[in-house]
Structure formats: structure tokens, C-alpha cells
Ligand binder design. Structure first.
Ligand code: ADP
Length: 274
């Protein structure tokens, strides 16, 4: 249309092509063994800005190991782990050898990559508020007053502001996990890794945590989620990765992989868990 024409936007803009754009996190040929046990056998993974990537698969397939490599909580034996194109947790010498970086350098990278664990991992002797302010203050990101203000904002977001002065043991698992999410958000991360965030919860507490994660996804947070919650993966994830025996067997848009899996192993797995 020429300038000045009344252009009526189509009511439903076509969805942007999934799994494209700026790459935030990446593994390239990631290999890892524990003794004789090859846990990652050359995994390529890409996580784009604003995308929710769900990693699914049977127990022992390497999902947790893979997500933990993304912030170097787990080292790899071969291949690369990149955050915005830079190696995470190591540098490469001229001959290509990987050498671990200093704790300080690693901590600097990890500031951008939040992590939420299956077991919440809150500091038991700190209050909810102290749990959320700890990292920003300790790492010199924010002065104490600002950290407190920001923490209350994050706690409101996860519905936990009224519990700011409580200790973790006074909270339900679902509440603790929501605090853990607020704690991750307090560092204003570029992406958040969730390692089976609802697996340790009583069934009636799962939805309150999934709701918070769904809200975060809707706000455009870049998320990687190891999960057994197939309904969540189908509804919230943009991209699903199915792993088996240390390899990516199948990946694609969530709807496609979960509703119409192409591989027999994916079909068998989904038939078992859904
Ligand atoms: P998933 O998350 O898919 O259940 P994991 O990544 O936890 O799989 O584990 C993959 C395999 O690696 C399993 O066989 C597990 O026993 C093994 N494994 C994981 N962590 C360790 C470790 N620290 N030491 C030895 N073996 C491990």
C-alpha cells in the first residue's frame, strides 16, 4: 500500500518462524561420559532469544546433564558450550585444548544464566527476601536498598511478597520453588534454566509453579526446561527436544513433536507418559 493508505493490519499476524533469530545458548557436539557411561554423545542444541525449549525423554537419557552443561555446572569432554557465541566455563588454547576459566570469569557468565533446581536449593538460614537479595548484593550488581526493592518486585511477580520474612522451611514446596524463580529473576538473567522444576512437588502444587513459568514465557523470557509435564511442554514450549540414550532423537515445534512424533522411540515414550 502507498503511504497514507489506510492499512488495516491482519488480526492474526503470522507466528514468527520458530527456532530462529538470535542464539543465546548453544551446544555443539557436546560429549560427556561418566566412566564407561556415555551420557552425552555429541549433542547440538540451540536456544534462541525469547524461546522456550523443553527437553523431554526417559529417565537417564542425559537431560539433566545437558542442561547443567549450559552454565558449566557440568563440564564436557568434547565439543563446545556457548553463551552468545562465547565459551562457557573454559577458553580454548591455540592448539584447541579447552582450559577451565577462573571462578570469577565463570561467575560473570553465570550472572546472565539463571538456574532453578528440582530441589529448590534455597538458603535454609536466610529469609525469603534474603534469598532473593543475596546474589545481586554479594556479586555487587545492586546496592542493598535497590536489591531489596527489586526483590520485592520479583516476589510480587511470583505471588510470594506476603512471605518475604519467612524461612524456607515455613513454606510449601510450591512456594519455595516460586521463591527460587524470584531469586533467579533478581539477577535479571538473559535466560533461565529449569531442571525438572516440578518433579519434587506434591501434585496439587505443580500448577502454581507452572503458572509462574507460563507467565514468564509470555513475557518473552528465554527458557530451557527439562520437564516431565507434557501438557506444559505442548502448551508453553516453542521447541521440544526429545532425548534418548544421550542423543537428540527428534526435535521440532512443540505441537508437532508431541502431537505427531516422527520417531518410534518418541512415540513409545509419549504413549507411556501421556
Ligand atoms: P536424565 O536427566 O535424563 O534422567 P541424567 O543426565 O541425570 O539423565 O543422567 C544420564 C546418565 O548419566 C545416567 O545414566 C546417570 O546415571 C549418569 N550420571 C549422571 N550424573 C552422574 C554422575 N555425577 N556420576 C556418574 N554418573 C552420572
Amino acid at each position: 500500500a502507498a503511504a497514507g493508505d489506510d492499512v488495516i493490519p491482519t488480526p492474526t499476524d503470522p507466528t514468527p518462524t520458530p527456532h530462529t533469530g538470535e542464539v543465546v545458548l548453544e551446544t555443539v557436539g557436546a560429549r560427556k561420559s561418566f566412566g564407561e557411561n556415555a551420557v552425552l554423545s555429541g549433542v547440538d542444541l540451540k536456544v534462541h532469544k525469547g524461546e522456550v525449549v523443553a527437553i523431554i525423554g526417559p529417565s537417564g537419557s542425559g537431560k539433566t546433564t545437558l542442561i547443567r552443561t549450559l552454565n558449566a555446572m557440568e563440564s564436557i569432554d568434547d565439543g563446545d558450550v556457548l553463551y552468545r557465541g562465547k565459551p562457557v566455563g573454559y577458553t580454548r588454547l591455540h592448539d584447541g585444548t579447552r582450559v577451565p576459566v577462573s571462578d570469577r570469569t565463570l561467575a560473570a557468565t553465570r550472572q546472565h544464566i539463571g538456574m532453578v533446581f528440582q530441589q529448590f536449593n534455597l538458603f535454609p538460614h536466610k529469609t525469603v527476601l534474603e534469598n532473593v537479595t543475596f546474589a545481586p548484593v554479594e556479586l555487587g550488581k545492586l546496592p542493598a536498598g535497590t536489591a531489596k526493592f527489586m526483590a520485592m518486585k520479583q516476589l510480587r511477580k511470583v505471588g510470594m511478597a506476603a512471605h518475604a520474612d519467612k524461612y524456607p522451611h515455613q513454606l510449601s514446596g510450591g512456594q519455595q520453588q516460586r521463591v527460587a524463580i524470584a531469586r533467579a529473576l533478581a539477577m535479571e538473567p538473559d535466560a533461565i534454566l529449569f531442571d525438572e522444576p516440578t518433579s519434587a512437588l506434591d501434585p496439587e502444587l505443580v500448577d502454581e509453579v507452572l503458572k509462574v513459568m507460563t507467565d514468564l514465557a509470555a513475557e518473552g523470557m528465554t527458557m530451557v526446561v527439562v520437564t516431565h509435564e507434557m501438557r506444559f511442554a505442548r502448551a508453553v514450549a516453542d521447541w521440544v527436544i526429545f532425548m534418548d540414550q544421550g542423543a537428540v532423537v527428534e526435535e521440532g515445534p512443540a505441537e508437532r513433536v508431541i502431537n505427531a512424533p516422527e520417531h518410534e522411540r518418541t512415540r513409545k515414550f509419549l504413549a507411556r507418559v501421556m
